[in-house]
Design a protein around this ligand. Structure first.
Ligand code: GLN
Length: 537
């Protein structure tokens, strides 16, 4: 029986290899080249630097000088342990099935956002002020480890505040949620990231702003020498990044430390309020915090780190668990509510994914269960978030159904940012009217938060109000009446939403609309009785 199993396995393995071989080879050829194999893998997001296919890459490199592989050579080159990954990638069985299309759309959004050159590089840390503002990079990694990067993806940058969720997660794993949250809150502060303020209990508001991040730093192996503490967090960053070592920018560290009055003030303020654990050395804590902010990486690495969070704490490139699932759940919750400083509420509403920004222009986005995305562009808006990062995020959720609550509206997500205005208009009005007809107020809100005018009409002059009136969607009608500048638009047949409601026998809607028209009339009379009287007369 055991030999049967061996035979069956061998047969399956050979079959898989044959499928892959056939998928790669050109129709007119019985052989494949190493570069064709690499190109096919790369098109599916499996990079030749991916350690999971290291053995195959080693074997194939012998063929790179030009010799082609027949099926037997090809089968030999595929090692058993990664044939499944390679097969899944080539048969569209990974989390992002059409990776080439995905990548194309991502790059479109990225290039579209290049034009946003507003904002300023962070000036308060001298070394950061010297960074070239034009630098711009994108990295993406899926929970199956499909990767690509684009733009200045070879440049490294400082993680700055994107170290905050990582330190928070490290602290949670080390000392547990209860202890961590007896020293730091979990409410958005509604203030800027370094504001001198604590919550009602005298604790920092949350781990995603400076005070809270300094607090989390104090909880990471406080009794060990600083060198060991630093080695420890570097080992975590490395594990999250799939084994590629992250770097350290000494001049940013020194520059930051030399200009850190506000962070010192925050630490002393917290000590005055007894917020730290007993025996905390705040000078060491601050030093450690500055070191964490000065860790460097490239967009590719940051995307893998974000993907490890998207994958519940397991790095997709190594399958190694770095954080407990509960820790990641807590961390993503706070990134969602507090990760973008005092833009967090708006970001959660319009973009709807956990993210964290840093003053270096770094932005780490996590699409749980799908992928991690890293964007880097140093110019910041007034709130300290990367200008291009925010623009990119907005378009990302226009194109893909990544918003946490987007599950009901998947069909909307195919708007290409390069579409012409006319196409965009047509798309938006179709989605708006469809949402109104099915009574989906949430979608209408989301569309209008994304800049779609709720009063827009389609080719026939039909508006969301017409559709909601026809279908008797009272809450949508009430919402639209408050937001549309024209509440009785006429469609191409001359009908208003009220005409539609009457025709369809929607009494509730007729009542709402008549009430609203009467109110408007009364108001108009009150503000300008003479003119109204004149008009009526
Ligand atoms: N190192 C920076 C500071 O402490 C981090 C702030 C940030 O990225 N928002 O001021």
């Amino acid at each position: 029986m055991s030999t049967d199993i061996v035979h069956l396995d061998q047969f399956r393995e050979e079959n898989i290899a044959l499928n892959i071989f056939n998928a790669i080879r050109r129709e007119d050829s019985n052989t494949v080249s190493a570069s064709e194999i690499f190109a096919a893998l790369e098109a599916n997001g499996v990079d030749r630097r991916d350690r999971r296919i290291r053995k195959t890459v080693e074997r194939l490199s012998a063929y790179e000088s030009g010799e082609r592989l027949d099926f037997n050579a090809f089968h030999e080159a595929l090692s058993k342990e990664n044939a499944t990954l390679i097969h899944r990638s080539l048969s569209g069985d990974l989390i992002i099935p059409d990776f080439a299309e995905f990548r194309h759309r991502m790059i479109n959004i990225f290039e579209y956002c290049r034009e946003f050159t507003g904002g300023e590089v962070a000036g308060y840390i001298p070394q950061l002020a010297r960074v070239d503002p034009e630098l711009y990079a994108l990295g993406v990694c899926s929970v199956d480890g499909q990767q690509f990067s684009h733009g200045d993806d070879d440049e490294t940058y400082c993680v700055q505040s994107t170290c905050k969720p990582i330190n928070y997660a490290i602290a949670l794993d080390l000392v547990g949620q209860q202890t961590v949250h007896s020293h730091v809150g979990r409410e958005p502060s509604g203030r800027s990231f370094n504001e001198l303020t604590l919550n009602g209990k005298g604790l920092p508001h949350n781990p995603m702003i400076n005070a809270g991040a300094i607090m989390c730093a104090s909880l990471i192996k406080p009794h060990q020498p600083l060198a060991d503490r630093f080695d420890y967090i570097m080992s975590v960053w490395r594990a999250l990044a799939g084994g590629r070592k992250t770097g350290f920018d000494n001049s940013v560290y020194l520059s930051e430390k030399a200009t850190a009055d506000r962070n010192f003030a925050l630490a002393y303020f917290m000590r005055e309020n007894n917020a730290f654990p007993p025996d905390t050395n705040i000078i060491d804590t601050l030093d450690f915090y500055f070191q964490c902010c000065s860790i460097t990486l490239d967009a590719r690495q940051m995307a893998v780190i974000a993907a490890s969070l998207a994958n519940g704490g397991v790095c997709p490139l190594t399958n190694r668990r770095v954080f407990q699932t509960e820790t990641v759940k807590n961390c993503l919750s706070l990134m969602y509510s507090c990760g973008m400083y005092d833009f967090s509420g708006e970001y959660a509403f319009t973009v709807g994914i956990p993210a964290k920004s840093g003053v270096s222009g770094a932005l780490m986005m996590v699409v749980p269960g799908v992928c991690g995305v890293a964007l880097w562009s140093p110019r910041l808006d007034a709130l300290g978030n990367s200008v291009r990062g925010v623009e990119f995020s907005r378009r990302l959720v226009d194109v893909f159904a990544f918003h946490t609550y987007a599950n009901m509206t998947d069909d909307y997500r195919l708007i290409d940012p390069r579409q012409s205005e006319i196409e965009r208009h047509a798309d938006a009005s179709v989605h708006l009217c469809a949402a109104a007809a099915r009574g989906d107020l949430g979608e209408i809100r989301r569309l209008s938060a994304n800049g779609v005018d709720p009063g827009m009409a389609d080719y026939d002059g039909r508006t969301a109000l017409h559709l909601a009136a026809c279908e008797g969607r009272a809450s949508v009608v009430a919402y639209l009446l408050d937001r549309c500048s024209q509440i009785m638009p006429r469609d191409r047949w001359g009908n208003t939403p009220l005409d539609d409601a009457r025709r369809e026998g929607r009494e509730e809607i007729v009542a709402i609309m008549e009430r609203r028209l009467a109110q408007d009339h009364a108001q108009a009379e009150a503000t300008d009785p003479a003119q109204n009287a004149g008009e009526l007369g």
